[in-house]
Design a protein around this ligand. Structure first.
Ligand SMILES: Nc1ncnc2c1ncn2[C@@H]1O[C@H](COP(=O)(O)OP(=O)(O)OP(=O)(O)O)[C@@H](O)[C@H]1O
Ligand SMILES: [Mg+2]
Length: 722
C-alpha cells in the first residue's frame, strides 16, 4: 500500500518528534473528555448533593487544564507544521534531483506541464492532506477511542447501541467516495492539460500569430477551461454532499440517542448526571466520526498525489553509469563508431532504424564532418557520441573503451558542444558563457567571447557582460545566441570540439570569420562537425555522408566529387546557388547548370536560361518569418540560397512539418503558372536568403518561347496531380 509506505519512509526521520506530538495529543484528548465527565460530577456530586468543595475542585481542575492544554496544543501544531514542510521540501528536492539525472528519452516523451503539475498540484495535495492529519485524523481518532471507552463505562448497553449505529453516518460518504475520487483524478488531469495550453501559448507566440491561430488557441483553451470548471463544480458538489450526508446522519443519531437515554433517565434507570454526560460524550464520539469521514477523502488525495510524485521518483534513466564504470582517460588514438544500429526509444521496433550499421573511425586530431539531407541522422550520431543514448547494437569506443563502461561525466568533460538550437539560461551573459568553466577568470571569458566574434557586441551593451539573457535567451537574436553558445564551448578548451550546425544562424561574414576561428582552434584538437552547408567542409580531413541513417560515402571533398554519388549531387545543387557579399551588399547568384536540372526548365535553351537568371531577385528573411502562407495567392517562385526553411501544412488546428529545405532547394514553383492558392506554408528556421522569380516575368519568357509553353504546362499538370 503506497500510502503506508509513504508514511513509513518520510515520517521515519521525525519519529521522536512524532512521539512528542502523540503525547501532546493524548493530553488534549484527556482535556476533551474532562469536560463532559465534569458535567456528571457537577450534577451528581456537587449540584444535587450541594457539595461546594467538590465544585471548587472540579472548577480548579478545569481551569488548570484550560491553561496548560492550549499551550501544549500550540507547541504540538508548531512541531508538526515543521515536519510537514520538511517532508514537502524533501519531496521537491528529490523530484528535482531525479529530473537532473534522467536521460534524454524521458524529456522526449514527457510534457513540461505534466512535470510542473506534479511539482505544483500534486505537492499541494500532499501538503494539504498532511497538514490536517493531526487535527482531522489523529485527534478525532483518539477522541473517538476515549469517548467510546468512557461511554462503555457509563452505560454499556446504550454505548453499544450508539457505537453500532455510528458507522451509519459513513454510509453516505462511502457511497459517494468512488465518484468523488474519480472526479478528483479527472480534475488533476484537466488542470495539467490547461497548463499545457498555457505553456504552448508562451512557447510559440510567433508561430501562433503567423498562422492566425489565436482564435483556434483561445477556443481550445476555453474548451479545456470549461471542462475543468464543470469537473470542479461536480467535485465541490460531491464533497459537500458527503459532508452534509454525514452531518445529517449524526443529527438523526443524536436525536435517537437522546430519546432513548431520556426515556431511561425518566424511568430512573440512569442518573441525570449520566444522562447529561452521555449526551456530551456522544456528541464528541459522533463528531469524531464525522471528522474522520471528512478526513478520508483527503487521504485519497494524498495517496493520488503521492502516487504521481512517486512515478517521477521511480523513473529510471535509460542511460546510467554502470556500477563498475570508471573515468575515461583523455582520448589518445581514436573514436570509433562500431557497427551501430540505433532507434530512438518509443520507435516502432520493426520500423527503419534511425542509424543502421554505422561504422566510422575518427583519429585524434582529425577534423571531420557529417553531412547529409535533413533527417539522415547527423544529430543522432552526436547524441550517441555524447552518450545521450546508448546504441541498440554496436558500440561507441574511445581508444577501444566502450562508452558504457565509462562515467558519463568523464565522457562529456572531454567535449565542447555547440548544439543546433542554442539555449541561454535567464542569467547574465557572463554566467551563460562561464557554464563552460565555472571558475574561469575574467580574461578567459572575454578571450572566448572574442574568439566567438561576440565580444564587441557584448561590450557595447549598457550592462555589458552583466546583461540578462531573458527567458530562453529571448533578448538576443538567433545568431547572437549561437555565438554566445560558441564562446561557452570554446571557454571549456575541450580536446574534442563537437558542432551541430554551429554557424547556421549566422550571416555570411560572421560565418566565414567563425569558420576560420574553428579551423584555427581545430589544430591540436579533434573536431566533429555536422552541417548542411558543404562550403564549410571543403578543408575537412574526412567527410562522412549519411543517407537515411546509413553511411553512404566518405572521403575528402575532392574524392567525393569524383565518386559522383550523393555528395556530388548535393554539391552541385548547393554550388549552383551562391551567396556572396560584395561591398556590404548581399547578392545571390544562380547557375545556369542548376536551373537546367529543374524539371520545368527541361529543354529551355541556354540563351533563355541566361536571360531568366537575370530576372531573379535577392530577398532576405530573418529567422522565424513566414515567407508565404498556405491559402495565399501565389505570385513567385523561390530558390533557397542560404539558411533553412520548413514546409508546414495546417492540420487539426495545428501545423505539421512536411519537410525541411536548405541551400539549393526550391519552393513555390506552381505560382509561376497561375495564382492558385499556396498548398503549404513556408517558414524560415534560420536567417535566409532567397532568389525569387515573379510570375509576370516568367510569363514574359513563355511568350518569347511558345515552343516550350506546352511542355511546361505538361510538367505542371503532372505535379499538380501528385
Ligand atoms: N528524440 C527523438 N525521438 C524520436 N525520433 C527522433 C528524435 N530525434 C530525431 N528523431 C528522428 O531520427 C531521424 C534522424 O534525426 P536527426 O535529428 O539525427 O537528423 P539530422 O540529420 O540531424 O537532420 P537535420 O539536418 O534536420 O538536423 C529523423 O527521422 C528524426 O525524425
Ligand atoms: Mg540535426
Amino acid at each position: 500500500m503506497p500510502l503506508f509506505r509513504f508514511f513509513a519512509e518520510y515520517f521515519r526521520p521525525y519519529r521522536f518528534r512524532l512521539i512528542l506530538i502523540l503525547l501532546a495529543s493524548l493530553l488534549d484528548m484527556a482535556f476533551n473528555a474532562q469536560i463532559p465527565m465534569s458535567v456528571k460530577f457537577m450534577i451528581d456530586r456537587a449540584l444535587i448533593e450541594k457539595n461546594q468543595r467538590m465544585m471548587l475542585i472540579i472548577l480548579a481542575a478545569l481551569a488548570a487544564s484550560a491553561l496548560v492544554v492550549p499551550a501544549t496544543s500550540l507547541w504540538r501544531d508548531y512541531l508538526y507544521a515543521g515536519i510537514v514542510s520538511r517532508i514537502i521540501s524533501t519531496l521537491r528536492a528529490r523530484m528535482f534531483e531525479r529530473l537532473q539525472w534522467l536521460s534524454l528519452d524521458y524529456y522526449a516523451r514527457t510534457e513540461v506541464a505534466d512535470v510542473i503539475s506534479r511539482f505544483s498540484n500534486d505537492i499541494a495535495a500532499v501538503q494539504r492532506g498532511l497538514a490536517i492529519t493531526v487535527s482531522w485524523g489523529l485527534r478525532p481518532l483518539l477522541d473517538l477511542f476515549l469517548s467510546a471507552v468512557l461511554l462503555m463505562i457509563l452505560e454499556w448497553r446504550l454505548a453499544t447501541l450508539g457505537i453500532l449505529l455510528c458507522p451509519l453516518c459513513l454510509l453516505g460518504p462511502h457511497l459517494l467516495s468512488k465518484r468523488s475520487s474519480q472526479s478528483s483524478a479527472l480534475k488533476q488531469e484537466q488542470e495539467s492539460q490547461l497548463l499545457t495550453s498555457i505553456q504552448e501559448a508562451m512557447l510559440a507566440p510567433a508561430l501562433i500569430r503567423a498562422f492566425n491561430f489565436q482564435y483556434a488557441t483561445i477556443g481550445r483553451f476555453q474548451k479545456r477551461n470549461e471542462l475543468l470548471s464543470s469537473t470542479s463544480i461536480r467535485l465541490g458538489f460531491l464533497t459537500s454532499l458527503m459532508e452534509r450526508s454525514a452531518s445529517f446522519a449524526i443529527l438523526v443519531l443524536q436525536a435517537l440517542i437522546m430519546g432513548i437515554s431520556g426515556y431511561l433517565a425518566f424511568r430512573g434507570v440512569i442518573s441525570i448526571g449520566t444522562f447529561a454526560t452521555f449526551q456530551a460524550l456522544f456528541v464528541t464520539l459522533s463528531y469524531s466520526f464525522m471528522f474522520l469521514a471528512q478526513y478520508y477523502p483527503n487521504l485519497v488525495n494524498v495517496s493520488g498525489g503521492f502516487h504521481r510524485i512517486e512515478e517521477l521518483l521511480r523513473e529510471k534513466p535509460k542511460v546510467a553509469d554502470a556500477p563498475e564504470a570508471s573515468n575515461l582517460p583523455p582520448l589518445g588514438k581514436a573514436i570509433e563508431f562500431r557497427d551501430i544500429t540505433f532507434r530512438y526509444p518509443g520507435a516502432d521496433p520493426a520500423g527503419k532504424p534511425n542509424l543502421q550499421n554505422l561504422g566510422v573511425s575518427i583519429r585524434r586530431g582529425e577534423s571531420v564532418a557529417f553531412v547529409g539531407p535533413s533527417g539522415s541522422g547527423k544529430s543522432t550520431v552526436l547524441n550517441l557520441l555524447l552518450r545521450f543514448y546508448d546504441p541498440e547494437s554496436g558500440a561507441v569506443l574511445f581508444d577501444g573503451i566502450d562508452l558504457r563502461q565509462a562515467t558519463q561525466g568523464s565522457v562529456r568533460d572531454q567535449m565542447g558542444v555547440v548544439f543546433q538550437e542554442s539555449f541561454l539560461f535567464n542569467a547574465t551573459i557572463r554566467e551563460n558563457i562561464a557554464l563552460g568553466k565555472p571558475n574561469a577568470t575574467e580574461q578567459e571569458i572575454t578571450d572566448a567571447a572574442k574568439a566567438a566574434e561576440i565580444h564587441d557586441f557584448i561590450a557595447a551593451l549598457p550592462d555589458g557582460y552583466e546583461t540578462l539573457a531573458g527567458e530562453r535567451g529571448s533578448r538576443f537574436s538567433g545568431g547572437q545566441r549561437q555565438r554566445i553558445a560558441i564562446a561557452r564551448a570554446l571557454l571549456k578548451d575541450p580536446s574534442i570540439l563537437v558542432l551541430d550546425e554551429a554557424t547556421s544562424a549566422l550571416d555570411p561574414e560572421t560565418e566565414h570569420a567563425i569558420n576560420l576561428t574553428f579551423e584555427r582552434l581545430a589544430r591540436g584538437r579533434t573536431m566533429i562537425s555536422v552541417t548542411h552547408r558543404l562550403s564549410s567542409v571543403l578543408n575537412m580531413d574526412r567527410i562522412f555522408v549519411l543517407d537515411q541513417g546509413r553511411l553512404a560515402e566518405h572521403g575528402r571533398h575532392t574524392e567525393l566529387l569524383q565518386a559522383e554519388g550523393i555528395y556530388a549531387k548535393m554539391w552541385q545543387k548547393q554550388s549552383g546557388v551562391q551567396f556572396s557579399v560584395v561591398e556590404g551588399q548581399g547578392k545571390a547568384v544562380l547557375d545556369a547548370s542548376w536551373l537546367r536540372e529543374l524539371p520545368l526548365m527541361k529543354g529551355v535553351g541556354a540563351d533563355t536560361l541566361a536571360e531568366l537568371i537575370r530576372w531573379f531577385a535577392t530577398e532576405e528573411f530573418a529567422a522565424d518569418r513566414v515567407i508565404f502562407e498556405e491559402g495565399d495567392a501565389g505570385n513567385a517562385f523561390y530558390v533557397l540560397a542560404r539558411g533553412t526553411v520548413e514546409v508546414l501544412r495546417k492540420q487539426d488546428g495545428g501545423a505539421r512539418r512536411l519537410a525541411k529545405l536548405s541551400q539549393g532547394d526550391y519552393f513555390g514553383e506552381m505560382a509561376l503558372l497561375s495564382n492558385q492558392p499556396r498548398n503549404a506554408t513556408i517558414r524560415s528556421l534560420t536567417p535566409c536568403v532567397c532568389l525569387s522569380l515573379h510570375r509576370d516575368l516568367f510569363q514574359r519568357l513563355l511568350a518569347q518561347e511558345p515552343t516550350i509553353q506546352e511542355q511546361i504546362r505538361h510538367v505542371f499538370a503532372s505535379r499538380a496531380a501528385s
